[in-house]
Design a protein around this ligand. Sequence first.
Ligand SMILES: [Mn+2]
Length: 271
Amino acid sequence: MATYIVGDLHGCFDEFQLLLKQANFDPEQDELWLTGDLIARGDNSLTCLRFVKDLGERATVVLGNHDLHLLATLQGIKKVKPKDKVDTIFEAEDREELQNWLRNRPLVAQHPVHKFVLAHAGISPEWDLETTQACAKEVESILQGDNFKELLENMYDSQPDRWSPDLQGFERWRYIINAFTRMRFCYADKRLDFECKLPVEEAPEELKAWFELDNPLYQDIDILFGHWASLIGYPTPKRIYALDTGCVWGNHLTMIRWEDKQLFTQARLSK
Ligand SMILES: [Mn+2]
């Protein structure tokens, strides 16, 4: 039995299948963990969703910003962007099942044996492990409940950008969602930035990657995440694993086998 963790699929189903084949992934024996953003931009979002859903308990996937955005568009809160290429999901006969499956996915997942944690964008520099778990649970229970639409309607903003345990209601949940699914750069005071789109090497000096801030948790546990394709080739600290290597942008899909840390990559197939 092996544990594999794969970066953002973004609808790159063919590359995903080649990667699983390359690693001899066995759905009867092995576990697959996914960094989220299964859908959007690539050509086969619907197939990716169905495949991961059908893996059942063999797969653990955390929610990404595009996954949450899909839920918002399915609820009619946002319009579908043609460039996302998700129309087939809207036309699918199993769309209700897919939606319900997706909104029951977690924001963070901790491996019961290996102890690593997985989140789409990362773990807030202001949180210890206990706060991380509690914050995720709080939002997950709303997403899984009857009032999830109201949460999705209120998640589109970049404020508040600082954590406080005193935050309440939508402001609190918005910070939690943004930290888990959208975070990249932070200021030295741990304020989150959502403006900078530059590669990390070219970012203004006052901005640092979230994992370069001072949080004891970042040395205590292995953290795996996706979301930040331009980190490709950037030397992350020892316990920090960036797995989105921009397959949908023409680079490749990356998967790590946790037991021996072997990396598997599959280049984007030309069309
Ligand atoms: Mn993302």
